[in-house]
Design a protein around this ligand. Structure first.
Ligand code: HEC
Ligand code: HEC
Ligand code: HEC
Ligand code: HEC
Length: 496
C-alpha cells in the first residue's frame, strides 16, 4: 500500500466526457465521440435480464480515464470522501496464495493485474498470484454485461454497487471496454520497453520532469528506508508504469497521457527512457527530517516535551512541536540569531548553520545523545541520523543573500512564475489557494507562507513536505537562486 493516499486533498478534475451509444447486443463498440460538456446526464440502464428481443439501446455516458483511476485505489478517486475498506474482499477467501489483506484486496488491479491479464499475466506467479482471471478479454463484450458483472451478475460477491455509485461503475465499464490496451505491444517479456528512449526523453522532459525531476527522484513514493521512484516502477513493474502514465495517479493531479492525446507509442517511449535513468541515484531526505521527522519515518509521533524544552520558558508551545528540529533551531537554521530571535518561537537556542564545519562523527554524536543526553534523537534510527548529518554538512545553506530583512526576496518573479505554473499550480492551484494549511477562519496558503515565513518556504520548496508526495526542488535540479525566483513570485499570490 502506498503511503500517500490522501482522499479529498487534491481532487482530480477531468472535463472530458465521452458518450457511447451502443445498439444491440454484442455489437462492437463504436468509436467514442468526444462531446462538449453539454453531454446528457447518464441515463440509468434498465437493461432487462434475459430478453434478447428488440435490440437494446444502451447509452453509457462517462469517463473511461476516470474508470482507469478507479481500477486502482477507487476509494481515493470517489467524489464523496470514502474510507479505504478494512475487511477483506469477499472473493479473497477463495484464494490462498496472495497473503495481502484489507484495502489491497479491494483494488481491481490486485485481482486482475496491471497488465489486465490476471493469472495469465505478470500476476501468474509471485506474491500477487491469486489465480483470478484477467479482464482483457472482457473488452470485446457487451458493456451492459460488464456493468452487470460489476453489480454481481456473474458472482454475487463481485458486487461493487455496495461501495460505488452507478456512475463509478459506468466509468469502470467504459475503462474495461474502451481503454484497455494489450501491454505486450509496449513491453517485452523481460520487462524492457518496446519503445525509443530518445523520443521518450523529449516527452519526459516536456511533462514528467516538472514533478519527478530530471533524474526521477524528486518524489519518493514509498518509505524513507526503501525509496521508490519512477525509475523503480519502470524497471520493476512496467505494466503499472504504463497504467499510471495513461490514466494518472488516484488522488493526485498527475496528468493522464490519454487525456493529453498521447499515442501508445509515446507511453512506450517514455518507459524506455525512464528505464535508461540510473537506478542508484537517490534523494537525501534529511532536510525533511528537520521538520516532522516522525511523519517521514512513519513512526508514532513523540509525546511529552523534548527534555531540553524545560531549559527555556519563552516559547509556550508544548508536546509534539518541541521535537521538531526547526522549532529550536529555526527555518533559517540560525536559532536565536535569526528569525526565532524574537516572537512566539523564541527559545534562545543556538542555530545549526555553522554545524556544517563539524565532522560527521561529531554531528552524529549530537543526534544520538552522546554529546548531550538530553539531545537524543536516536529513536529515528541510524539511517535517518546519517541523512540528517548529510543534510547539515552538505545541503544546509544561508538564505540571507536571497531573503531581505523585511522578508522581501531578491529574485526574479517572472522566472518564478513559470516554475510555479509548471510544478506547484497542479496541486496548489494557480492562485495558490487550493490547499489550505490553516483552517477556514485563518487560512494559510502558499502565498501566506512565502510572505510570512520565507525561510520555511525556502526549506519546503527545496526539500518537500513531510508525508506528502510534494516534489523536492533539489530533486528537480533547482538551485537556491531558482527557489528565490519562485519565492519572489509566490509572494505575489493571494493570502486570503
Ligand atoms: C478480490 C478479487 C477481485 C477484485 C477486487 C475484483 N475482481 Fe473482477 N473478478 C474477480 C473474479 C474472481 C472474476 C471472475 C468471476 C466473476 O465473474 O465473478 C472477476 C470478473 C471480472 C470481470 C469479467 C466479467 C465478465 O463477464 O467478463 C470484470 C470485467 C471485472 N471482474 C472487473 C473488475 C473491476 C473493474 C474491479 C474493480 C472495481 C474488479 N473486477 C475487482 C475477482 C475480483
Ligand atoms: C503534476 C505533477 C506530476 C507530473 C507532471 C507527473 N507526475 Fe507522476 N506522480 C505524481 C504524484 C504526486 C504521484 C504520486 C506519488 C505518491 O502517491 O506517493 C505520482 C506517481 C507516479 C507513478 C506511480 C508511483 C506509484 O508507485 O504509485 C509513476 C509511475 C509516475 N508518477 C510516472 C510519471 C511519468 C512517467 C510522468 C510523465 C509522463 C509523470 N509521472 C508526470 C506527480 C506527477
Ligand atoms: C528542544 C529543542 C531542540 C530540538 C528539538 C533539537 N535541538 Fe539541536 N540543540 C538544542 C540545544 C539547546 C543545543 C545546544 C545544547 C548544548 O549546547 O548542550 C542543540 C545543539 C545541536 C547541535 C550542535 C550545534 C553546535 O553548534 O554545537 C546540532 C548539530 C543540533 N542541535 C541539531 C539538531 C537536529 C538535526 C535536530 C532535529 C533532529 C535538533 N537539533 C533538535 C536544542 C534542540
Ligand atoms: C503533488 C502535489 C504537490 C505539488 C506538485 C506541490 N505541493 Fe506543496 N504541498 C502539497 C501538500 C499535499 C502539502 C501539505 C498540505 C497540508 O499539510 O495541508 C503541501 C505543502 C506545502 C507547503 C507547506 C505548508 C505548511 O505550512 O506546512 C509549501 C510551502 C508548499 N507546499 C509549497 C509548494 C511549492 C512552492 C511547490 C512547487 C515547487 C509545491 N508546493 C508543489 C502538495 C504539493
Amino acid at each position: 500500500m502506498k503511503r500517500h493516499l490522501r482522499n479529498g486533498v487534491v481532487m482530480i478534475s477531468v472535463l472530458l466526457v465521452i458518450v457511447v451509444v451502443l445498439v444491440g447486443c454484442g455489437s462492437p463498440a463504436t468509436a467514442p465521440a468526444a462531446t462538449p460538456s453539454t453531454a446528457p446526464p447518464p441515463e440509468p440502464t434498465t437493461a432487462p435480464a434475459d430478453t434478447p428481443a428488440a435490440p437494446e439501446v444502451l447509452e453509457l455516458s462517462g469517463d473511461p480515464v476516470r474508470g482507469g483511476l478507479l481500477y486502482d485505489t477507487w476509494w481515493a478517486v470517489l467524489a464523496e470522501e470514502a474510507e479505504a475498506p478494512e475487511t477483506d474482499h469477499p472473493l479473497w477467501a477463495t484464494q490462498t496464495t496472495n497473503t495481502r489483506s484489507g484495502a489491497d484486496t479491494w483494488r481491481c488491479k490486485e485481482c486482475h493485474g496491471w497488465d489486465y491479464k490476471g493469472a495469465d499475466g505478470a500476476y501468474g506467479s509471485g506474491s500477487h498470484l491469486t489465480g483470478f482471471p484477467g479482464i482483457f478479454a472482457s473488452k470485446d463484450k457487451d458493456p451492459s454485461e460488464i456493468l452487470a458483472a460489476m453489480k454481481g451478475s456473474t458472482s454475487p460477491d463481485h458486487d461493487f454497487s455496495t461501495v460505488m455509485e452507478e456512475q463509478d461503475l459506468i466509468d469502470l465499464t467504459l475503462f474495461v471496454v474502451q481503454a484497455q490496451i494489450d501491454t505486450d505491444d509496449l513491453v517485452n517479456e523481460d520487462k524492457s520497453a518496446k519503445g525509443d528512449a530518445t523520443q521518450g526523453q523529449d516527452r519526459y522532459e516536456e511533462v514528467c520532469t516538472l514533478c519527478h525531476g530530471p533524474e526521477g527522484v524528486a518524489i519518493n513514493f514509498l518509505g524513507f528506508d526503501d525509496p521508490e521512484y519512477v525509475t523503480t516502477i519502470a524497471n520493476d513493474n512496467p505494466w503499472e508504469f504504463i497504467h499510471k502514465v495513461r490514466f494518472g495517479q488516484p488522488g493526485w493531479p498527475m496528468p493522464s497521457a490519454i487525456n493529453n492525446d498521447w499515442a501508445d507509442a509515446d507511453v512506450a517511449n517514455v518507459l524506455a527512457y525512464v528505464q535508461t535513468l540510473p537506478e542508484d541515484v537517490t534523494l537525501n531526505q534529511g532536510g525533511q527530517l528537520y521538520d516532522q521527522w516522525w511523519e517521514v519515518l512513519e513512526m508514532e509521533e513523540p509525546t511529552g516535551d523534548q527534555p531540553l524544552w524545560a531549559t527555556q520558558s519563552t516559547n509556550e508551545r508544548g508536546g509534539t512541536d518541541t521535537w521538531r528540529c526547526k522549532e529550536c533551531h529555526g527555518w533559517d537554521y540560525k536559532g536565536a540569531d535569526g528569525a526565532y530571535g524574537s516572537g512566539s518561537h523564541l527559545t534562545g537556542f543556538k542555530g545549526v548553520l555553522d554545524s556544517a564545519s563539524m565532522s560527521a562523527d561529531e554531528l552524529t554524536a549530537w543526534l544520538n545523545g552522546e554529546a548531550n543526553p538530553d539531545h537524543d534523537f536516536s529513536a529515528m534510527g541510524e539511517v535517518a541520523i546519517s541523512a540528517l548529518v548529510t543534510f547539515m554538512r552538505e545541503e544546509i545553506a544561508d538564505t540571507a543573500s536571497y531573503i531581505n530583512d523585511d522578508k522581501s526576496i531578491s529574485g526574479d518573479p517572472a522566472q518564478g512564475k513559470s516554475m510555479y505554473d509548471n510544478t506547484c499550480a497542479t496541486c496548489h492551484g494557480t492562485d495558490g489557494k487550493r490547499l489550505n494549511f490553516g483552517d477556514a477562519d485563518e487560512p494559510e496558503y502558499v502565498g501566506t507562507i512565502a510572505r510570512d515565513n520565507p525561510w520555511e518556504f525556502f526549506h519546503k520548496a527545496a526539500f518537500g513536505q513531510p508525508g506528502a508526495p510534494m516534489p523536492s526542488g533539489f530533486g528537480l535540479g533547482w538551485s537556491l537562486e531558482d527557489i528565490a525566483n519562485l519565492a519572489a513570485f509566490a509572494q505575489t499570490l493571494p493570502t486570503e
